[in-house]
Design a protein around this ligand. Structure first.
Ligand code: MLT
Length: 411
């Protein structure tokens, strides 16, 4: 008799964004004339830049020529891309990262979900609340938690780090010692970013406790305030305690194209039961080469074009476009008397629901009355109840229309 992985039975409902897509589809079927605007999933809408397209086209031509055709590439990624990343994302900020510390992949969702696989099942994991649901669900799937406790709306076995309006949506250090800490800055979903000082307290904690920080920096390109760190490695000593996840998805419009990377420094260790150190870089390399055959050559060439002079100019233009949407959303909502957070260093706006409404209640109201799709905050955890998340990734036209419709909703 084949046995199932019973950890999956502990999962709550469907994956958040699948559930939202299902409700949107149903609404569209029931209301065929409705012009739905999505401010829900953080999916980009602006096309790939010209340098990226040209690089992709050239790579396709190379693939059609026997002299330049490529079969399997290195699983960790081509050096031409890894070198560009090391130079532009790290050396340019005074951070020394070697190319063999960079692993190219097809997305940060997979990377942040997969990384826990090389860590012991008994590690105590700390996760902020609210949080990107992938960190929680993948630890549940792996068996690192007990059942979901519906009386508190949380999994037993995870240490939740509260992020509330009172704490500026930033977590305090854990009350009890933890082994693994997931941090995301600029944050999905709240749009808040850590300062250098705040990040340093986490690095110091991890050093003192021999903990590991899994740092999701997928939204670093949206940072506008100069004092906010773009990489955790800008903090002294972070290379001994942190893995960093980055993505071309939101930075350069690759959500449908797929390219991302993980940085696993060589001095980063985890320990066996006797306290012997093991290189996480070597372990991740072993996992990556065994389970992944690399991102396609064409896509890696496209990603490398993001770092050319013209590539950068174009990408920055698109990022500014989205951040202008974010400013538009923030100002419009503030004028309407809403309480809003984020949207300054991140493409997400965290909106407090009016009149003590719950997240799903407000989601339904906006869908029914304004034909707007949002993301209910409670889908990111208990502390998200009473909030919805809006994304700035729409077109300008749709963002303006959405704000116009919000003005007309009876609130
Ligand atoms: C989000 O909306 O939070 C993201 O688009 C989800 C993702 O990147 O996987």
């Amino acid at each position: 008799m084949v046995r199932i992985n019973e950890n999956y039975t502990k999962l709550q409902g469907a994956y958040l964004f699948s559930e939202i897509a299902k409700r949107r589809t149903q609404f569209a079927l029931d209301n065929p004339g409705a012009q739905i605007i999505s401010l829900g999933i953080g999916d980009v809408t602006q096309p790939l830049s010209q340098p990226v397209i040209e690089a992709m086209q050239e790579a396709v031509i190379e693939m059609g020529d026997a002299k330049s055709f490529k079969g399997y590439g290195p699983e960790q990624g081509y050096d031409f891309l890894r070198e560009m990343i090391a130079k532009n994302d790290y050396h340019a900020r005074g951070v020394r990262i070697d190319t063999d510390e960079i692993f190219i992949s097809d997305g940060s969702k997979c990377d942040t979900g997969n990384f826990q696989e090389i860590l012991h099942i008994d590690n105590v994991v700390a996760i902020t609340d609210p949080v990107y649901p992938v960190y929680v669900d993948t630890n549940v799937m792996a068996g690192r938690t007990d059942e979901f406790d519906s009386s508190i709306g949380r999994y037993k076995g995870i240490q939740y780090l509260d992020c509330t309006e009172q704490s500026g949506f930033k977590p305090n250090l854990p009350q009890e010692r933890v082994d693994v800490i997931y941090l995301c800055s600029p944050n999905n979903p709240t749009g808040i970013a850590f300062s250098h000082e705040e990040l340093k307290t986490w690095v110091d904690y991890a050093k003192e406790n021999k903990s590991l920080i899994l740092f999701d920096a997928a939204y670093e390109a949206f940072i506008k305030e100069s004092e906010i760190p773009h990489s955790i490695y800008e903090i002294e000593g972070a290379k001994e305690v942190a893995v960093e996840f980055r993505s071309f998805s939101k930075t350069a419009g690759f959500t449908g194209t797929r390219c991302a990377f993980v940085v696993v420094p060589k001095q980063l260790n985890a320990f066996d039961s006797k306290g012997n150190p093991y290189s996480l870089n070597a372990f991740w390399n072993r996992r990556h080469t065994t389970k992944f055959n690399g991102v396609s050559y064409v896509i890696q060439r496209a990603a490398a074009a993001v770092y050319t002079e013209e590539g950068r100019t174009q990408v920055n233009k698109t990022i500014n476009y989205y951040m202008e949407n974010a400013a538009l959303i923030r100002t419009s909502l503030e004028l309407l008397g809403f309480k809003v957070f984020g949207g300054v260093n991140a493409p997400y706006i965290w909106l407090k629901c009016p009149g003590n409404m719950g997240s799903w209640e407000f989601f339904n109201k906006l869908l029914n009355e304004a034909h707007l799709v949002t993301t209910p905050g409670v889908g990111f955890g208990n502390n998200g109840e009473g909030y919805v998340r809006l994304t700035a990734f729409g077109s300008r036209e749709n963002t303006e229309k959405a704000m116009e419709r919000l003005r007309k909703v009876g609130l």
